[in-house]
Ligand binder design. Structure first.
Ligand code: SAT
Ligand code: MN
Length: 620
């Protein structure tokens, strides 16, 4: 399609402005067709940056290898350029918007020379849903165009939906590597050096300007940039929630379903939970989203979650037919692989795939690689953050309502992180405010090697620390406000904190995880039904010792440990939050959350006090 096919004068003017400034060789508007996808992919193949995979092993799939400097999101180069610094808050890099635009204008000048400028009109959420948001990404990357084609809804239907004056979020992207006359990428992944990479957000004007990186969340601007950073700001203004959450449907043997969302920091198994295969007979899990959910009230007063992406951008290493068969099958065809190893017969291989490397490989940096199991220090063949991009509808357990324009009613919200000690397998909040408190203290333990000053816990509130587009203290306040806005508190989702990562003092896993996590989901389902066996504890509601069916290999002693309330550990937790975490947010930290912390401390001390007075005064 061409610019002439667009009937939106505002969009046409913006396209022309960028074209004149970035001076691409040509401009092309994506229609979203299969034929177009193939054409763009062939261009990348010709330039030597995409490798077609063996059609018998991975039909219609391609491998890309990025520049070694361009392998993940770069938080240091990610900016929230709000008018006031205070509005970016303590968790974001702030630069004055006028200054940042000036810097970036210097970089964008002529930056698309020798390239095609692609215009991607895309919808986050099903096309036509009143909750969806339309973005337009202008990019000079075929890789980005093809990934956006899988990850979002792109093309004609969205252009129609936008009409002549619809609102859209301006998303400008360039790899930052113009080509000289006759020059070609010649097998090199185009990007700019790290100090020229900018992932810039202008929350007030709802704009995203990204320069210099071609990878993942830096470049696929519908994902973290729009659907989280800019969306959190829109959600604050409009009264809803944009969250880093999977959505799953849990169905019991009687056929009753409940929807659960879950927020975990990166590398804590969101995709695995979203696609898990229950080990308890008769229970089923179906997937609606593995990364991002937008939540808002439905007319019936319940909170609904909508899946906003159309594909999965999943971490590859560790994915196997054992750990996540649904992801393996989803990524069997029509998939883009980035930074994994290539086999001699043009299939892909990675660490943790479940079988040995078949012969000589080419690793993610393009070098020969032969597996040496005697060498523990061998460099991996695939980058630890290598990815597959696969259409969501290829997932065997995709939920039939994953594209419901209204979203689905949420019964439970889960928070979690990697906590080898202290935090039990599961505990539940008593109220929405208590649940907001649990979300605000989410964190993962870090190894001594990476120990930050002070605490050994890296806090990642609501698993959103890198993705809140405004002041995190105001974000907590917004969470509390959403709870207060409920027509009826009893209709709100129940909030839980789960921890699959408990270890014994000897370092052995206490809980098998994966499919056995369905046992915890079952208890949560029963809590929502009002039929669960629960006990009230100082930290919240918990299962009785026999309320969760034990998986094979988990003894009653293990279960006691998994469900133990470690009073001293929790008191240390309280102290850490009081000293190292909450002060970060200054005056913006809502008083209600400080009050939650105080009452938790009081309840823990009272539980410790065995003189019978219950006041905690004996100080034992
Ligand atoms: O690079 S992405 O943001 O798309 C993936 C991730 O870091 O979670
Ligand atoms: Mn994510």
């Amino acid at each position: 399609m061409t610019v002439n096919d667009i009937k939106h004068p505002g969009l046409v003017a913006w396209i022309n402005e960028i074209k004149d400034y970035c001076t691409p060789d040509s401009v092309y508007v994506l229609d979203g067709s299969a034929e177009e996808y193939d054409r763009l992919m062939q261009k990348a193949v010709k330039a030597g940056i995409a490798i077609p995979l063996n059609p018998e092993k991975k039909p219609h799939s391609f491998l890309f290898r990025s520049d070694p400097s361009d392998v993940a999101r770069v938080e240091k180069r990610t900016f929230i350029a709000s008018e006031k610094q205070e509005d970016a808050g303590p968790t974001n890099n702030w630069v004055d918007p006028a200054e940042l635009k000036k810097t970036l204008m210097g970089l964008y000048k002529g930056c698309m020379k020798g390239r095609t400028m692609y215009v991607i009109v895309f919808s986050m959420g099903p096309v036509g849903s009143e909750f969806s948001k339309i973005g337009v990404e202008i990019t000079d990357s075929e890789y980005v165009s093809c990934n956006m084609d899988i990850m979002t809804r792109v093309g004609k239907a969205v252009i129609e939906e936008l009409g002549t004056n619809g609102f859209f979020i301006h998303c400008l992207h360039s790899v930052g590597k113009p080509l000289a006359e006759g020059e070609n990428d010649n097998g090199m992944w185009p990007c700019a050096p790290i100090e020229k990479k900018y992932i810039a957000h202008f929350p007030e004007t709802r704009e995203i300007w990204s320069f210099g990186s071609g990878y993942g969340g830096n470049a696929l601007l519908g994902k973290k940039c729009l659907a989280l950073r800019i969306a959190t700001v829109m959600a604050r203004d409009e009264g809803w929630l944009a969250e880093h959450m999977l959505i799953l449907k849990l169905t019991n043997p009687e056929g009753k379903s409940r929807y659960v969302t879950a927020a975990f920091p990166s590398a804590c198994g969101k995709t695995n939970l979203a696609m898990l295969i229950p080990t308890i007979p008769g229970w089923q899990v179906h997937t609606l989203s593995d990364d991002i959910a937008w939540l808002r009230y439905g007319k019936d007063g319940r909170l609904y979650a909508m899946s906003v992406e159309a594909g999965f951008f999943g971490v590859v290493p560790g994915t196997s037919m054992h750990s996540n068969p649904n992801a393996m099958i989803a990524a069997q065809k029509n998939t883009i692989y980035t930074n994994v190893a290539l086999t001699e017969d043009k299939d892909v291989w990675w660490e943790g795939i479940g079988y040995d490397a078949p012969g000589k490989l080419i690793d993610w940096q393009g070098n020969e690689w032969v597996q040496d199991k005697t060498n523990k220090d061998q460099k991996p063949s695939s980058h630890p953050n290598s990815r597959f991009t696969a259409p969501a509808n290829q997932c065997p357990c995709i939920s039939d309502d994953w594209e419901d324009p209204h979203g689905v009613p949420v019964s439970a919200i889960l928070f979690g992180g990697r906590r080898p000690s202290t935090i039990p397998l599961v505990h539940g909040a008593r109220t929405w405010t208590h649940g907001t408190f649990l979300g605000s203290i989410v964190g993962s333990e870090i190894t001594a090697a990476a120990l930050d000053a002070g605490s050994g816990i890296r806090r990642d509130p609501m698993a959103m620390k890198p993705f809140i587009g405004y002041n995190a203290g105001d974000y907590f306040k917004h969470w509390l406000n959403v709870g207060k806005a409920a027509k009826d508190q009893s209709l709100l989702p129940r909030i839980f904190y789960v921890n699959w990562f408990r270890k014994t003092a000897e370092g052995k896993w206490l809980w098998p995880g994966y499919g056995d996590n369905s046992r915890v989901l079952k208890w949560i389902f029963e809590v929502c039904d009002g039929t669960a066996q629960t006990v009230d504890t100082p930290i919240g509601i918990m299962p009785t010792l026999d309320a969760i069916d034990r998986p094979e290999g988990v003894t009653e002693e293990d279960m006691k440990e998994l469900l133990n309330v470690d009073i001293d550990g929790w008191l240390r937790e309280v102290e850490d939050i009081r000293k190292n975490h909450y002060p970060i947010f200054g005056d913006k930290l809502p008083k209600e959350l400080w009050a939650q912390l105080d009452s938790l401390e009081a309840d823990l001390k009272a539980a410790k006090c065995d003189c019978g007075c219950g006041c905690g005064c004996c100080g034992k």
